[in-house]
Write a protein that binds this ligand. Structure first.
Ligand code: SF4
Length: 447
């Protein structure tokens, strides 16, 4: 695909929100060639952005929060659709999406027919289920969330899809869309239609109905729910780096238009986003831009995690609220671009080392901790939001010797659920998690 994009288009591939790859700027005279090349790798068939283009999240196969194997479900939906549904053009606006849990990474909430994973006991056996949501859609000016209609066993989900589509096809009025049909008929109509799908035959008659797609094992939720904090930290850094990249792009456009003020503003925005990205690893977040830049200077630039030359750029920002002329704006933009590149290199290093913090002059605190006396300490993280509470706990643990005990006060909810699991993932021992006056005390023994 990369070769094709380079030979026949603008050398770019774009990942779309509907999980497709788009090759933009294909030259018209290259259509025939590109089709032949796509055919060689079996990617030439129609179906993109049509009813057959079913999408989903990774589900329980790889996601720690996943309840059901949404990818397996989608494979089955595709097979059943090919086998049993007569597809026509008027059905291509129907979107079908699935997620392995209610979190909706598969965007089930905006699909005409959406499924999200769940679990429920049926005939006394814990069985994978899907909540069926109908009537969701995105129009030019608004998004309408689907209505939760019924919860059915996972193995009945393909039947629910076929039944709903056939009902629409047979009874729609004129050009009515699936969403409009759902609005007209109402939840009660579909609930009644899908009600027979709530049950399964006895396990002796149909044991495969009680296990998930792609599995041969009894369905269970035991492996579920490892902490997601480390992933949240990475996402947060990536979001901020992307923000800096956007600022760079917009800055270049402004410079082309010779708009000095806007170019300078985008350069400043790029520096702030880069700073905020790396400060996540220090457990810090700032609403105040100036405070953020000052902290970045003392914790990142002064520690030589990025080059010392950027201190001058931050000082310039302190002295000047806007770029005075085109030359200055161009310089700010190029310097902020270099800073972004260095921050990205730090991020990549952290990812490849699987380390959360970058150290200067060796792994100093680890050396200090090795062989040191076991200590005990406590930190109060009440009011500190996720994942900063995790980062602060991790940073504190890094300064302690193996076998030391750390007590951490955490808020109820996400913090008390996620931090203990993530700390356990990191190899430390969770001694206890006790509720105390509306919050939690987590006691950890450092590995
Ligand atoms: S929707 Fe749930 S299962 Fe799917 S990726 Fe998101 S968190 Fe994981």
């Amino acid at each position: 695909l990369a070769d094709m994009a380079e030979s026949f288009a603008g050398g770019k591939l774009v990942a779309t929100v509907n999980q497709n790859l788009m090759i933009p700027w294909v030259k018209e005279e290259a259509f025939g060639n590109i089709f032949s090349e796509l055919k060689k790798i079996d990617l030439h068939k129609a179906g993109t952005e049509e009813i057959r283009d079913i999408t989903c999240c990774p589900g329980s196969e790889t996601c720690n929060l996943g309840i059901t194997a949404s990818r397996g479900l989608v494979e089955s939906l595709n097979t059943e659709m090919e086998k049993e549904l007569e597809i026509s053009k008027d059905m291509d606006h129907i979107t079908i999406k699935a997620s392995g849990c209610p979190n909706s990474c598969g965007q089930h909430h905006i699909a005409s027919i959406g499924f999200h994973g769940g679990a429920k006991k049926l005939n006394g056996i814990l069985t994978p289920h899907y909540e069926v949501l109908l009537g969701g859609r995105v129009t030019e000016d608004k998004a309408i969330f689907g209505t939760s209609v019924i919860k059915i066993p996972a193995k009945n989900a393909p039947e629910a899809m076929k039944t709903s589509i056939k009902d629409y096809k047979n009874n729609k009025q004129g050009e009515e869309s699936f969403g409009e049909y759902f609005d007209r008929m109402g939840k009660a109509h579909f609930r009644e239609l899908l009600d027979p799908l709530k049950t399964l035959p006895d396990i002796e008659q149909s044991p495969e109905s009680y296990i998930d797609y792609g599995s041969t094992q009894k369905f269970s939720l035991e492996d579920r729910g490892q902490g997601e904090c480390a992933g949240a930290v990475t996402d947060m850094i990536t979001d901020r780096i992307s923000e800096a990249e956007r600022a760079q792009f917009q800055g270049k456009l402004s410079l082309e238009k010779k708009n000095v003020k806007e170019t300078g503003d985008h350069a400043r925005r790029s520096v702030i986003a880069s700073a905020r990205a790396l400060l996540v690893t220090e457990g810090m977040d700032f609403n105040d831009d100036w405070e953020c830049l000052k902290k970045f200077q003392s914790l990142v630039i002064d520690m030589e995690i990025v080059s010392a030359q950027f201190a001058k750029l931050i000082d310039t920002f302190e002295e000047n609220t806007e770029a005075s002329d085109e030359k200055t704006a161009e310089l700010w933009l190029s310097e902020s671009g270099l800073l972004l590149e260095e921050c990205k290199a730090v991020q990549e290093k952290m990812q490849s080392d699987k380390s959360l913090r970058i150290r200067v002059g060796g792994d100093e605190s680890k050396d200090k901790a090795t062989g040191a006396v076991k200590t005990s300490a406590s930190i109060d993280l009440l009011g500190v939001k996720c994942p900063f509470n995790y980062v602060k706990t991790k940073i504190k643990l890094e300064t302690m010797a193996s076998g030391s005990v750390l007590e951490v006060l955490l808020d109820d909810g996400e913090p008390s659920e996620n931090v203990p699991k993530s700390i356990k993932n990191d190899g430390h021992k969770v001694i206890s998690l006790v509720e105390e006056q509306g919050h939690y005390k987590l006691t950890i023994e450092k590995a």
